[in-house]
Design a protein around this ligand. Structure first.
Ligand SMILES: NC(=O)c1ccc[n+]([C@@H]2O[C@H](COP(=O)([O-])OP(=O)(O)OC[C@H]3O[C@@H](n4cnc5c(N)ncnc54)[C@H](O)[C@@H]3O)[C@@H](O)[C@H]2O)c1
Length: 107
């Protein structure tokens, strides 16, 4: 799969699977990489490694998630196409926005 002209946003992007998806997306030519994680330092480290942009946000908090997406959109502009990836797993505290079942909290 080629991702040229695609903005890829990965929640849980600072973690094991999320960072692997970020690296894979970069290798496949993603135009922009948005790394979102509860752990802002982890998001920054992965973003620095793959040439992406880091945002700290709790995906279980709609306001935080919207703020991160809005800030990312302002920075990268309107992407030609978008590919979301979710790797937060179960958030323990509450399900990710749009996922009422905590056992299926990937977005
Ligand atoms: N690693 C595997 O082989 C594997 C296989 C199957 C399923 N899973 C599941 O996939 C999920 C991710 O696995 P992993 O190995 O990448 O875990 P990980 O702990 O390395 O990464 C999870 C990331 O999600 C972030 N996170 C947690 N809650 C968050 C929230 N509310 N908002 C934003 N970010 C949040 C964490 O800070 C962390 O960086 C886990 O639930 C795991 O059980 C993993």
């Amino acid at each position: 799969m080629k991702l040229a002209s695609t903005t890829v946003a990965v929640t849980g992007g600072g973690g094991g699977l999320g960072s692997a998806i970020c690296r894979a997306a970069r290798a496949r030519g993603a135009a922009e990489l948005i790394v979102i994680d509860l752990d802002g330092a982890a998001a920054k480290a992965v973003a620095a490694e793959v040439g992406g942009r880091a945002f700290a946000a709790d995906v279980g908090d709609e306001a935080q998630l919207n703020a991160a997406i809005t800030a990312a959109t302002e920075q990268v502009g309107r992407p030609g196409s978008r590919a979301p990836g979710g790797c937060t797993g179960s958030t323990r505290r509450r399900p990710a926005v749009g996922q009422p079942d905590p056992r299926r909290s990937w977005i």
